[in-house]
Design a protein around this ligand. Structure first.
Ligand code: NAD
Length: 324
C-alpha cells in the first residue's frame, strides 16, 4: 500500500458510466487510479472521451488504453504495477444486443475477466467486479436474494455474467484471491449510457420524439441511483483486505420496484413535457421483474441504497439539461 493509506487502484471500464463515477470517488478520497478501457465505439463514445478528459484533470489519475480481451496486454499491466485493489467494470453491456454478438460478449465478459484473474494470481490483490441482476434470469421469487440459483439466464449477457461469477469462485478458492461479485440492479444517473432506457426517455421526451415501451410499460425494475452504487462499493472495498481469500456476492439495488411506465411519468414531470408512446411486446431476453434483497449488503456495510426514483430522476434531469 502507498503511504498515508492511499491505495493504488486498477479500475477497468473507467470510461464507462459507472466506472467514471467510481474513479471520481476514489480520487477524491486521495487514492491513485490507473484506469483502463478500450474506448469501444458505441452510442456513448463521445461521453467516454468527455469522462476521460474530466478524470485527466486530476494528477493521481493515469489512463491506459488497454483491451481486456488482449491477455498479454493485461499481463504486462500487472508486470508494471502492483495494485492494492482492483475494481473490474469493463464489459460488453446491454441485454438485447448480446444474442447477435454473443462471441464478443463472451470474449469480453468471460475471457477478459479471466485474463484479469489470471494476471492477478501472483499479486492476489482483492478484486471487486460488476456482475448483474440479470443473473437471476427466470427466478420468480422476489426480492432476489444471493442464495437463489443463477442457472436460468435469459440472455447471453446474463449467462456471461453468471459464468464470470463461477470463474471468480474458482480463482478465489484455488488461488487464494479475495473476489467480491456485485449484482447491480438497473443503475441510472448523470452521465448514464445512451443505450439505456432512462437516457433514451429523457432525450426523446425532450425532443418530442416517440418512445417504445414493452408490455404496456408494466415491466418492473429495481432502479438504483448511481451514487448509491458508488457509496456501496466504496464502503465494501474498505472492508476487503488482502489475505482474506473469500468469494463473496452481494446485491446492490434500491430494494423497491417501479413500473417502467412510472419512470416515464416521472421524466415527463421533470421535463414538463408529455411522452409520445408506442407499445410493443416484450422480447424474450427481458426479465419481467427485478427487485433486490439487500439485507446481506446492509449487514456488511451498514448502508443500503436509499435514493428514491423521483429524487434520482430530478438529479439526472439537472445533468441532462445542462450537458446533453
Ligand atoms: N448500468 C447498469 O444498469 C448495470 C447493471 C448491471 C451491471 N452492470 C455492469 O456494470 C459495469 C459497468 O456498466 P456501465 O453501465 O458503466 O457500462 P459502460 O458500457 O458505460 O461501461 C463499460 C466500459 O467498458 C469498456 N469496455 C468494453 N469492452 C472492453 C474491453 N474489451 N476492454 C476494455 N474495456 C472495455 C467500454 O468501453 C465502457 O467504457 C459493467 O460490467 C456492466 O455489465 C451495469
Amino acid at each position: 500500500m502507498n503511504s498515508n493509506n492511499s491505495k493504488k487502484i486498477l479500475l477497468t471500464g473507467v470510461a464507462g458510466f459507472i466506472g467514471h463515477h467510481l474513479a471520481v470517488k476514489y480520487l477524491s478520497e486521495g487514492n491513485q487510479v490507473i484506469g483502463i478501457d478500450n474506448l469501444r465505439v458505441d452510442d456513448s463514445v463521445n461521453f467516454k472521451s468527455q469522462r476521460i478528459k474530466d478524470l485527466e484533470t486530476r494528477s493521481a489519475f493515469i489512463f491506459e488504453k488497454i483491451d481486456i480481451r488482449d491477455r498479454e496486454a493485461v499481463s504486462d499491466l500487472f508486470q508494471r504495477h502492483t495494485f492494492d485493489l482492483i475494481l473490474h467494470l469493463a464489459a460488453r453491456t446491454g441485454v438485447r444486443e448480446s444474442s447477435e454478438q454473443y462471441a464478443d460478449y463472451l470474449n469480453t465478459n468471460v475471457n477478459g475477466t479471466c485474463h484479469l484473474f489470471d494476471a492477478n494470481v501472483d499479486q492476489k490483490c482483492p478484486i471487486i467486479f460488476a456482475s448483474s441482476s440479470s443473473v437471476y434470469g427466470d427466478n420468480h421469487i422476489m426480492p432476489f436474494s444471493e442464495d437463489q440459483k443463477i442457472a436460468s439466464p435469459l440472455s447471453v449477457y446474463a449467462a456471461s455474467k453468471a459464468s464470470a461469477e463461477l470463474l471468480a469462485y474458482h480463482y478465489s478458492k484455488n488461488f487464494g484471491m479475495p473476489i467480491t461479485a456485485l449484482r447491480f440492479f438497473t443503475v441510472y444517473g448523470p452521465w448514464c449510457r445512451k443505450d439505456m432506457a432512462v437516457y433514451k426517455f429523457f432525450k426523446a421526451i425532450q425532443e418530442g420524439k416517440e418512445i417504445t415501451l414493452f408490455d404496456e410499460g408494466q415491466l418492473l425494475r429495481d432502479f438504483t441511483f448511481v451514487d448509491d452504487i458508488v457509496e456501496s462499493i466504496f464502503l465494501l472495498s474498505s472492508l476487503t483486505a488482502s489475505g482474506h481469500a473469500k468469494f463473496e456476492v452481494y446485491n446492490i439495488g434500491n430494494g423497491n420496484q417501479s413500473k417502467v411506465i412510472d419512470l416515464v411519468r416521472l421524466i415527463e414531470v421533470s421535463l414538463g413535457k408529455t411522452a409520445i408512446i408506442k407499445f410493443q411486446q416484450k422480447v424474450g431476453e427481458d426479465m419481467e421483474a427485478t427487485q433486490a434483497n439487500v439485507d446481506q449488503l446492509f449487514e456488511k456495510i451498514r448502508f443500503k441504497p436509499a435514493t428514491t426514483l423521483s429524487e434520482g430522476i430530478m438529479k439526472t434531469r439537472d445533468w441532462f439539461l445542462s450537458n446533453d
